[in-house]
Design a protein around this ligand. Structure first.
Ligand code: ADP
Ligand code: MG
Ligand code: ZN
Length: 478
């Protein structure tokens, strides 16, 4: 799809809001939304004379994320002021980390088209989020500081990705890890997870990286992928036409499907980082790190291997179920309680994923308990209902949350295997379709399937297909 002589190079900076109850330097709530400027106090609105005190949970969560991505944890780390003036940040600086981040040198393993690859992480640092600006027609720009001081971690990757598919796999894996270690809800529609895409291209075989563009603030993986596709093509075209790529910040225009320049490197801010004099260094003992490590749950990589071995899932299916802890737990409980875990997996992959749209999958709200899916699978496995009736039952479970056994009972969906009952129906069907019977007798094999079809129709799909087939063969040969 791209010019065959070129290679794409991608590095990502992922911002993730931590799920602490209170903000990073004050006691205000981190809850999403709320009336503008009601989740604020003098500290998070940057009043002169106030002093920040770090929320201990933020440090713990950052270390959890670091350990889950094989990072080194800094024994000594500090917080710095990143100075910039923009009205979404009333202090006129953001407290972040510059040269001594809390975590460094980690990695995330991904799998793309059956191939495994390791993406290195440069660092994970903690920082505070900024507020939001609302550009209201007629009213000018309004500032909502509710988000000011919500704790973030920024996860920076090395430029190790070579395609948008690898970038997407990295983002999905990272999100899965962050959700499993329970440091963030990773809700993309609420901006809890957003990323900046750094992308350059170079001729295959060339050693040095090309000049990169940075596409800011993507809050949807599919938009990020589209932006990468567009940006790679744009850069290749510029180079092919003899032009030069300039280092710049761009943004994705979803309506037009293009990236647009925001500012070039010459206009880039000089952030004048310096250590925040109001905050103590963050000193972390080895005991503390060990303690946090011991509290980590089973991580996605280990679960994936387990699902493949224990339930016979493909690597692809296993990865799909690890999209969120909620989905993974749903699968595990449904599989544990069923006679056939592989069939459970097929129902989730087929019906459930079809009904959950792309962006919902991460927070998937399935309207029934996993045990109900086990029951449905068990009903089919033991032949109480046919597969096609199973689909009807499933639909009703989805719409009403009713127990499948109850649905089968109330709707009289039980599979009919009784030979006497089916013989009566068969005789009726044959009597009503003399032409098809004749076709069959004169050697037209297809006619038989048509008779089976009539039988299924006459029993609303509830006849046991095996019994029907045997019965028809028997009657027709008489
Ligand atoms: P900045 O501080 O300006 O954002 P960094 O050097 O910290 O710059 O890099 C930020 C991100 O850009 C990292 O994720 C890194 O992997 C990526 N990156 C750096 N150079 C390139 C390049 N030539 N092509 C693609 N990505 C790059
Ligand atoms: Mg950057
Ligand atoms: Zn506050």
């Amino acid at each position: 799809m791209f010019h065959p002589d070129y290679e794409i190079v991608i590095g990502l900076e992922v911002h993730c809001e931590l799920k602490t109850k209170s903000k990073i330097y004050c006691g205000c709530t981190t809850e999403f939304g709320g009336e503008p400027n009601t989740h604020c106090c003098p500290i998070c609105t940057g009043m002169p004379g106030t002093l920040p005190v770090i929320n201990e949970k933020v440090v713990e969560y950052a270390i959890r994320a670091g350990l889950a991505t094989d990072c080194q944890i800094a024994a000594f780390s500090k917080q710095d002021r990143k100075n910039y003036f923009y009205p979404d940040l009333p202090k006129a600086y953001q407290i972040s980390q510059y040269d001594l981040p809390i975590c460094y040198e980690g990695k995330v393993d991904i799998e793309v088209n059956g191939e495994n690859k390791t993406i290195r992480l440069t660092r994970i640092h903690i920082e505070e989020d900024a507020g939001k600006l609302l550009h209201e027609a007629g009213e000018g720009t309004l500032a909502d500081y509710n988000r000011c001081g919500v704790p973030l971690i920024e996860i920076v990757s090395e430029p190790d990705m070579r395609s948008q598919e690898e970038a997407r796999a990295f983002l999905e894996k990272l999100r899965s890890i962050l959700m499993f270690v329970d440091v963030s809800d990773c809700k993309m529609n609420e901006g809890s997870l957003r990323c900046d895409v750094n992308l350059s291209v170079r001729k295959k075989g060339q050693k040095e990286y090309g000049v990169r563009a940075e596409i800011k603030n993507m809050n949807s993986f599919s938009f990020a992928v589209k932006a990468m596709e567009y940006e790679a093509k744009r850069q290749i075209k510029v180079l092919e036409e003899g032009g030069k790529i300039i280092q710049e910040t761009r943004r994705w225009d979803q309506d037009k499907g293009v990236t647009v320049s925001m500012r070039s490197k010459e206009e880039a801010h000089d952030y004048r980082y310096f250590p925040d004099p109001d905050l103590m260094p963050i000193v972390t003992s080895k005991e503390r790190v060990d303690q946090i490590k011991a509290s980590l749950p089973e991580l996605p990589d280990s679960r994936k291997v387990r699902y493949m071995e224990q339930y016979g899932l493909s690597s692809y299916d296993a990865t799909m179920f690890l999209i969120s802890p909620r989905m993974a737990n749903f699968f595990e409980v449904a599989a544990e309680n069923s006679a056939n875990p592989k069939t459970v997996a097929n129902w989730i992959m087929g019906e459930i994923f079809r009904l959950l749209n792309e962006e919902e999958k991460e927070a998937a709200v399935i309207p029934f308990e996993p045990e109900m899916l086990s029951k449905l699978v068990n009903l089919i496995e033991k032949g109480a209902i046919s597969n096609s009736v199973g689909k009807k039952v499933f639909e009703e479970m989805w719409n009403t949350g009713t127990d499948p056994e109850k649905i089968v009972e109330e709707k009289g969906y039980k599979q009919v295997s009784d030979e006497g009952q089916l013989t009566q129906i068969a005789e009726q069907v044959l009597a009503n379709n003399p032409k098809i019977v004749e076709d069959y007798r004169s050697g037209k094999e297809k006619a038989f399937q048509s008779l089976v079809g009539q039988m299924m129709k006459a029993t609303k799909g509830q006849a046991n297909p095996k019994v029907v087939t045997d019965l028809l063969v028997k009657i027709l040969s008489e």
